[in-house]
Design a protein around this ligand. Sequence first.
Ligand SMILES: *Cc1c(COP(=O)(O)O)cnc(C)c1O
Length: 430
Amino acid sequence: MKLYSTKNKNATVSLKEAVFKGLPSDNGLYMPTEIPVLPKKFFDTIDSLSFPDIAFEVSKALIGEDIPAADLRKIIDGVINFDAPVVHVKDNLYVLELFHGPSFAFKDFGARFMAGIMSYFLQKENREINILVATSGDTGSAVAQGFLNMPGIKVTILYPSKKVSEIQEKQLTTLGQNITALEVDGTFDDCQRMVKEAFLDKELNEKMNLSSANSINISRLIPQSFYYFYAYAQVKKLGKPLVFCTPSGNFGNLCGGLIAKRMGLPIHKFVAATNANDIVPNYLSTGVFEAKPSVATISNAMDVGNPSNFQRIQAFFDNDLSKTKLEIDGRSFNDIETKKAMKEVADQTGYIMCPHTAVAYLGLRDYKTECTGVFLATAHPAKFIDIVEEVIGKKIQIPEKLALVLKKEKKSILLSNNFSDLKQFLLNRK
Ligand SMILES: *Cc1c(COP(=O)(O)O)cnc(C)c1O
């Protein structure tokens, strides 16, 4: 597999280099030079394959010789070891549940695959790396779970004190082992700034192998294509064209869908649904991309004012707005609409959605299609239990594994929001 930078088609790198570098130095994003189309036979028989079988075929075609097939199969079997069922909600609307992994959010797919790939490459080298990541909630717990007990990898997570939910904090701070949680007296922006400063600090970089688990890493994108294929396998028998609706923030999830389509998956249309942070729907209707400061919503994992994968979307469509609109329909919804949808669907069908999933539901409902519509459920409703129970007016069940985490003792290290404190901590620990 070769990857180019969206800022320079000629500067290609290997998968390994793209994974450990994260970002090209020219500030573009890595994109595959070639996206292979899978053979007709694969699609003819896809409904007889398991989820790991499908993930293996897709990743083998994309990754090629960079990882031998037997090794790749082992990585896939370790990563794709939970289900992603398609559940009927009502009429022609179905939901693809992506929250059955260890952190109860879809970011498990990206984080676990990245961990599997990194540790595979590191095993052959005998070096140790330090992953530094800032989180506002979901990313940190997926990354922590993904890298837990991986040899040769230490993970340090910075999170803003008192600004993540109780469940999210417990998920970050109770794992121990190779995972350290730093509780920063500041905001998420402070955490992100401190991580950025660490990557720019010469002394830190000389003394330790720092690596990022940023969401734009290509190894987080690849596995986000797998479940579009698996969803298709589950609804193929309905015999109708497919529309997917993806609740979007940084648009990594949607880019995974675009990869799947380029590999031949018959997808009639994507609906990109956002909350009030409507940068991409605006771009699709006006042709102008205007980043803005993010606004806070109840679907807070999608509160993004400058979607980091936008350059990738541009690359998929050669910067051509009319081509983009042929494949992607953009819609945005405010919190009032989102709450109404959560309540309505719970009352009418009994199906309970987290706020992010409700935004995706709205996108499909408004798109009004004769096709089979599949919206993506990106988090378990119990992860957002306070708002969900308040809106639907009922108690919901917490999965046993999540309830267990809540009982564990929090272990975090308090830190100021000064970079020098982070630096001291990292150097002293070494
Ligand atoms: C991260 C996240 C999203 C947004 O996904 P992107 O790939 O950034 O568009 C949506 N829902 C949940 C629950 C998330 O954690």
